[in-house]
Design a protein around this ligand. Structure first.
Ligand code: FES
Ligand code: FES
Length: 208
């Protein structure tokens, strides 16, 4: 007696349909008139060129107004470091994971490696270079020195900017709360306890 063959499973059916769709698409592209392909290529070229075309940008950094032109792909961190030569903000990871690039934008801390410069039109930026007043260090800078809040120093500018924001943004109610708020700032030297002590001392002194 002849054996009945089972019909195609749902998966096999889907695979066949996908294959047919893809091969139809490939055939359609292969048969497209050259003028259509040229038009698509030109559009792509325009898009790529647009990504490099400089646009005007007005912003204030550490109290100084700047009128610049920047490529839309440039991050705020690269603008600060490479155009304005403010190299205190560090590039640790360039992907929002270490906090070494922390700055304040309109008083709120951000990772400057995650912000496009062009998105900061009209904003007021403060970097570590803008924290001290003339020869007088910011209390947070003094506290980091007093409490040994750093070793190699690579993360320190970001830690200090976050520490100031921690108090200003109301997250320094306890050492635990400070640790939580500061958890985006990585210190490979492991200076964490001293960093928390420094922030708490500024909070207690009431001069954050
Ligand atoms: S460099 Fe921006 S978070 Fe690491
Ligand atoms: S002091 Fe070295 S990474 Fe923090």
């Amino acid at each position: 007696m002849a054996k009945n063959h089972p019909g195609p499973s749902a998966n096999e059916g889907n695979n066949r349909r996908d294959f047919l769709k893809k091969s139809t698409l490939i055939t359609a592209i292969a048969l497209a008139p050259p003028s259509l392909i040229n038009a698509a290529e030109n559009k792509l070229d325009e898009k790529i060129a647009g990504a490099f075309e400089k646009a005007p940008l007005n912003l204030e950094v550490n109290g100084v107004k700047h009128s610049l032109t920047v490529e839309p792909r440039v991050t705020l961190l690269d603008l600060l470091r490479e155009e304005l030569h403010l190299t205190g903000s560090k590039k640790g990871c360039d992907r929002g994971q270490c906090g070494a690039c922390t700055v304040h934008v309109n008083g709120v801390r951000i990772n400057s490696c995650l912000s496009l410069a062009i998105a900061n039109e009209g904003n007021s930026i403060t970097t570590i270079e803008g924290l001290a007043k003339a020869d007088q260090l910011h209390p947070m800078q003094e506290a980091f020195i007093e409490h040994d809040g750093f070793q190699c120093g690579y993360c320190t500018s970001g830690q200090i900017m976050s520490g100031v924001a921690c108090i200003n943004e109301g997250h320094a109610g306890s050492a635990e709360e400070v640790s939580e708020f500061m958890s985006g700032n990585i210190c490979r030297c492991g200076a964490y306890p001293n960093i928390v002590n420094a922030i708490m001392s500024v909070k207690k002194g009431g001069n954050g």
